[in-house]
Design a protein around this ligand. Structure first.
Ligand code: NAP
Length: 478
């Protein structure tokens, strides 16, 4: 009786048709989500592919035209193996050590949280199979991103490993797949790469903390001034103001401060360069970090400004406003009085609204220009014109809008309830300082020096020079 022998490999499609002799063979262990997506991209880029699976005959759906084999046979048929298996199941690889000797093993694994294991997954893999050349790569991409191809948001493939030949082989594949490769050094960087996908909006953390802090501060500040003061001083219940009036004060205040905080680090950096007389000295870390989150600060500022616009649009339909208007009209009728049109007030309010609209329009433009799809279409000069020149113009319009809102209220003591200035006065401090410093930088003599420094000119310190010449003399004597 002939026993039916299952072949060790199965083809789900006519392999001979798909593979040509010049195609390189690449092996993927694991037919799960990542293995499948990666396989699809490799096939599209012209690689010959083999899968190694626990169940070559009954694995899940895989790209058509690919061979699925036992791990052992698959490992033998390629010199580069992607291990698309969770670290928890790496034990099976130990038995394959003789077949993986000298081969490039790509570790794509991630963990559920930081410091789950004493060593990085890739280092664990190297310990399991000391004869293999382990490279950590592709772990920062999701299966979804791999399937859809590189996009602006995930164009990078980070890799690290101890063998430069092995890294070169993986880098070539990543480049052929359309990704940009960033070599992060030896395998000791693997833990850092494994922590990447676990980060939650890292560049938004500082702007979010700042926004929450400022919002909380101004909310309580205005609550004391607008609600608690009225209750204590006049016995009036103004608590209904919290929902719209207070919100419509806090959001623009925080928005304007955040917008000015986008431009303050640039101004500080310019003064630092002027003071140092060179652009070749590193900025302090805090300034670097601040400059790196300017885009996020600007986008949050734009979101808050949009809320301010929406709150302002509903003012005419508010019950409180309609009641006050009606009461005013009725009292004028009763007293047979007509209020006279105040041209100054007309100018003031129109200018105030006009500045606000212009500021918000430019705000929107800045936000749109910061979208990767738009900024990628702009030259560096166009991008910096919008973000810098138009950015300062936006800050100017919004600051002027706030000054016009305050008008002459700055001069009357009655507005300083419990000796505290109104919120909008407080929020004018930072933008006014930024605009003033920017004006100083625009002075021709200052601007000229800054341009020279930014073009590479350095002001040598006479003290340094004398030290250098002394050193040179000492060296000559020696
Ligand atoms: P998955 O869908 O669960 O697939 C894992 C595959 O591993 C399974 O399909 C199975 O393939 C194999 N496997 C399961 N248990 C095994 C065992 N005991 N022994 C040997 N092989 C076993 O997982 P995945 O999402 O593809 O993730 C695979 C690896 O890629 C993980 O390390 C993950 O951290 C990493 N990663 C995933 C993504 C993603 O978006 N999914 C992104 C970046 C990195 P067979 O049945 O064919 O043997």
């Amino acid at each position: 009786m002939s026993k039916e022998v299952k072949p060790e490999s199965v083809s789900l499609y006519s392999v001979s048709a798909a593979a040509t002799p010049e195609q390189e063979a690449v092996c993927i262990f694991g037919t799960g989500d990542l293995g499948r997506s990666l396989g699809q991209r490799l096939l599209q880029s012209g690689y010959r592919l083999v899968y190694g699976s626990r169940r070559p005959h009954s694995c899940g759906p895989i790209p058509p035209g690919v061979q699925v084999m036992s791990h052992e046979i698959a490992a033998r048929s390629a010199s580069l193996v992607f291990v698309c298996v969770h670290r928890e199941h790496y034990d099976f690889l130990e038995t394959l050590a003789p077949h993986l000797k000298g081969k490039v093993l790509v570790d794509v694994s991630n963990n559920l949280k930081k410091n789950m294991y004493p060593e990085a997954n890739a280092e664990f893999l190297r310990r399991l199979i000391p004869g293999a050349l382990v490279v950590k790569a592709f772990n920062t991409l999701s299966a979804w991103a791999l399937q859809n191809g590189p996009s602006d948001a995930n164009r990078q493939v980070y890799l690290c490993g101890n063998s430069s030949e092995a890294k070169q082989a993986v880098a070539e594949i990543a480049t052929k797949l359309g990704f940009n490769v960033q070599d992060r050094g030896s395998l000791s960087a693997a833990r850092e790469l494994e922590d990447f996908p676990l980060q939650l909006f890292p560049e938004w953390r500082l702007p979010m903390h700042l926004t929450i802090g400022l919002t909380a501060f101004f909310f309580f500040y205005l609550l004391v001034r607008d609600v608690i003061f009225a209750y204590v001083d006049q016995g009036k219940d103004n608590s209904f103001r919290i929902m719209v009036s207070l919100a419509n004060k806090v959001f623009p205040i925080v928005s304007l401060i955040l917008l000015s905080l986008c431009y303050l680090p640039g101004v500080i950096a310019a003064f630092l360069q002027l003071y140092r007389g060179t652009k070749y000295k590193r900025f302090p870390d805090w300034l670097d970090r601040w400059m790196l989150c300017r885009k996020q600060l600007g986008l949050i500022a734009l979101a808050l400004a949009s809320l301010h616009v929406l709150y302002t649009l509903i003012i005419p339909i508010r019950y409180y406003v309609r009641f006050r208007l009606a009461a005013n009209t009725i009292s004028q009728i009763k007293e047979n009085k007509t209020s006279v049109f105040d041209t100054t007030m007309g100018w003031r309010t129109d200018s105030y609204y006009s500045m606000g609209i212009l500021g918000f329009g430019l705000y929107l433009l800045l936000g749109i220009a910061s979208l990767p799809s738009v900024s990628n279409a702009l030259s560096w000069r166009e991008f910096s014109f919008i973000q810098s020149k138009l950015g300062y113009l936006t800050l100017f319009f919004c600051t002027f809008h706030t000054y016009l809102y305050g008008w002459d209220k700055f001069l009357f003591i009655s507005y300083y309830k419990w000796y505290t200035p109104p919120g909008y006065m407080l929020c004018l401090v930072v933008p006014s300082v930024v605009l003033l410093l920017k004006l100083l930088l625009l002075l021709p003599c200052v601007d000229k020096s800054l341009i020279r420094i930014r073009q590479g000119w350095e002001r040598t310190d006479p003290e340094d020079d004398s030290k250098k010449s002394l050193l040179a003399k000492d060296c000559q004597k020696l």
